[in-house]
Design a binder for this molecule. Structure first.
Ligand code: FRU
Length: 484
């Protein structure tokens, strides 16, 4: 790897370049993104030593999916962050083509990071090694090398993204893998000491024919007897209201038997986000809550993400708490995120809209909107940017919500449709940033995440004719900042 020789020099040059060239209108204000290069999956999410630790995949050297490092930002409040810092570089024989995704586990005061070392040999053949790093409270860290040397028999080298959990004083590692028959699966390893691992088996589910690869698996406990298994399958056929992106992320909920390595009585796979640009989420546990952060982006769609012209690409979602209710996971913004609110600029209750247009000074807002569905069964809402717009509409009769990006001029287009049960009111909770929109529907029953690349700064919210507004609240939000 050539660049590694001049690593500091190249990195400094990029940093200087960025400091002088950070003026494009798509830079986000309160979403984590990188000053330069490409960010993808969140990794090693944890609350450690009094701070949230958000590691992530980062190619600091360009907007291509290569030379993956692990970057890190730390925060106590999701407003003040440490400066993005490189932690893992792909410079050992076992990770020379990328320090790929993985999770974290705190043991005896040390944050243990697990990742996949990606290696391509001279014939471009892939090798995958599961590796560990000890990260300490003072910020020092040490690569501990390979824990699992390549995949077991009957699987291909698509074997990656270790996540750790503990049950009954045993550590378990779940990994995404592809069988030799090219089917996506998950493997479970176990360990008594977190250093020595042996294969427990392939996780048995009833998803035997469910895509050709499962990336980024997560296993987490919901209550006394239920577990969620969340993963990102590739190769699902599109259906009406389902699997409309090239790759998916979602979960099933069931009973996990770790002796039999099985998940039984599980629900059907449910996508966790119905928007255009959401993939590879990771879940961690803190203060009794399961908290999820996803990558805002999509693999193999690079030409849709126009900020690459300015040398940066993609972002991370804000943290979402997952609440288990009625056999699904409701998503809620982490309570702490209220800290990004500034002045409330709109507060409307119980008014009829007569073609409402709310002009806003910036595209950085949090908005809670509750529209009455008794007086009006079809609802349309436009987020417009001069002569471009994103349309969100709901049909009560069909119980279908539509997000339409076809009237944007630049970047990805298309429509996403999903089933949504709403009876007396449609409730949207929107976080709108300069090129990212996250929307929670019906108190988090569904969400849509998307990127958009408007040509103009001008921003209006338009609500159709004769719709009763039960509630509309809009807050300006503050810019998150990156300190030392
Ligand atoms: C998911 C993924 C992971 C892999 C990482 C590489 O987006 O493909 O499976 O570890 O990205 O950056």
């Amino acid at each position: 790897m050539n660049y590694l020789k001049n690593y500091e020099k190249v990195y400094k040059e990029l940093e200087e370049y960025y400091n002088n060239n950070d003026n494009n209108i798509w830079r986000n204000k309160f979403h984590i993104e990188m000053p330069f290069g490409l960010i993808n999956d969140p990794n090693g999410l944890s609350f450690y030593n009094g701070e949230y630790h958000i590691f992530y995949q980062w190619n600091p050297f360009g907007c291509e999916h290569k030379t993956k490092h692990w970057g890190l930002v730390k925060t106590k409040d999701f407003v003040n962050f440490t400066k993005p810092q490189i932690i893992l570089k792909p410079e050992e024989w076992y990770d020379k083509n990328g320090c790929y995704s993985g999770g974290a586990y705190v043991k005896n005061g040390t944050l243990k990071l697990f990742y996949t070392g990606n290696v391509k040999d001279i014939n471009n053949q892939r090798e995958s090694y599961q590796c560990m790093v000890d990260y300490n409270a003072d910020g020092s860290f040490e690569k501990k090398g390979v824990l699992i040397d390549k995949q077991p028999e009957r699987y291909t080298a698509h074997f990656r993204d270790p996540m750790i959990f503990e049950e009954n004083e045993t550590y378990y590692m779940v990994l995404g893998v592809q069988t030799e028959e090219l089917k996506g699966k998950a493997l479970i390893y176990k360990s008594k000491d977190i250093n020595n691992w042996r294969l427990a088996g392939e996780l048995k589910t009833n998803m035997n024919n469910f895509g050709y690869m499962w990336e980024c698996p997560n296993v987490f406990r919901l209550n006394e007897d239920k577990f969620a298994f969340m993963f990102s399958p590739q190769g699902l056929e599109e259906e009406e209201f389902k699997y409309q992106n090239i790759y998916q992320s979602g979960y099933v909920i069931g009973n996990l038997n770790l002796d039999e390595v099985s998940l039984t009585n599980h629900t059907k796979f449910k996508e966790i986000d119905m928007g255009f640009d959401f993939y590879a989420p990771q879940v961690f546990h803190h203060n009794g809550k399961n908290i999820m952060i996803g990558w805002i982006g999509m693999p193999d769609k690079d030409n849709e993400y126009l900020s690459s012209e300015y040398g940066w690409m993609f972002g991370l979602t804000m943290p979402r708490v997952l609440e288990y209710k009625d056999n699904v996971l409701y998503q809620k913004p982490l309570e702490l995120l209220k800290k990004i609110r500034q002045a409330k600029i709109v507060d409307i209750r119980n008014e009829m809209s007569d073609n409402w247009t709310i002009s806003l000074d910036s595209r950085n807002i949090e908005c809670k909107l509750d529209l009455n569905l008794i007086s009006n069964e079809n609802i349309g809402l436009k987020l417009s940017f001069k002569d471009e717009y994103i349309l969100i509409s709901y049909s009560k009769k069909d119980q279908v919500c539509t997000v339409d990006r076809n009237n944007m001029k630049l970047g990805g287009k298309g429509i996403r449709k999903f089933k949504l049960k709403a009876d007396s009111s449609l409730r949207l909770h929107m976080f709108i940033d300069n090129s990212i929109i996250e929307i929670y529907y019906q108190d988090g029953l569904e969400t849509t995440t998307l990127m958009y690349f408007p040509k103009s700064d001008n921003f209006k919210i338009e609500i159709g004719n004769d719709i009763k507004i039960n509630e509309l609240q809009i807050w300006e939000v503050r810019r998150i900042n990156y300190g030392k």
